[in-house]
Design a protein around this ligand. Sequence first.
Ligand code: CTP
Ligand code: MG
Length: 224
Amino acid sequence: MAFYLLLLAGGKGERMKSKVPKQFLKVHGKPLWLYSLEAFHKAIPQIKTIIVCISDYQSQLQKDLEYWGYEAVVVDGGNTRTLSVYNGLKHLAAHPCDAKALIAIHDSARPLITPICIQNAFEAAQRYGSAVCVVPIRFALRKKHQNTTISVDRSLYLEVQTPQIFPFEPLWKAYQQLHHRTFYDDASLMEAWGYPIHLVEGDPYNIKVTYEKDLAIVEALLNA
Ligand code: CTP
Ligand code: MG
């Protein structure tokens, strides 16, 4: 069984309002994207990695990979997350990739993913054909409705995280057909294509660095 990590570092991080895109900001001297790469290697030492990266940061990324002793193929990002994933899969399709190989798609903006969570997700994907990390909603939710809002039952909802793991063949077929549409995540695209989604328990601390202050939270959690 072949295992791949498709690490997404192709975004500009507009909500973060930082000059350097968030995935390249450093915490304790390491770029943010490196934390999840390390966690995946701890979980699956033989894992192969493709990093989707914005063009301006590819040479720095290559230097950092060498410095920290990791090998990865680096490919261009796209204008949307969906197109970035498509670009990564296109690279895999152009090289011999086992149809059953499991591809874990992961946001580089989620540096706190743990090796345990990754191992559980890969095991579930092997067993059930896919694995999408989710956690319960821990806050009250309201839905926008006309000019007002209404409270909704939070137990009916789940927060979706990454990694999201699928076998290469259906993943590539689905992305070939649907990459021109924009999806928030891979599970939504696969579901729209008609593929069954198997949920696994994520980790409440597997947060996605989105706003400026999230970086301080990550720093504190790493210290803890
Ligand atoms: N991503 C990507 N290519 C894009 C957009 C996003 O590879 N065109 C990646 C980001 O680098 C990030 C992950 O997808 O690791 C989740 O996206 P998000 O948190 O939305 O990051 P950005 O799109 O960069 O941030 P923003 O939406 O605030 O601009
Ligand atoms: Mg975005």
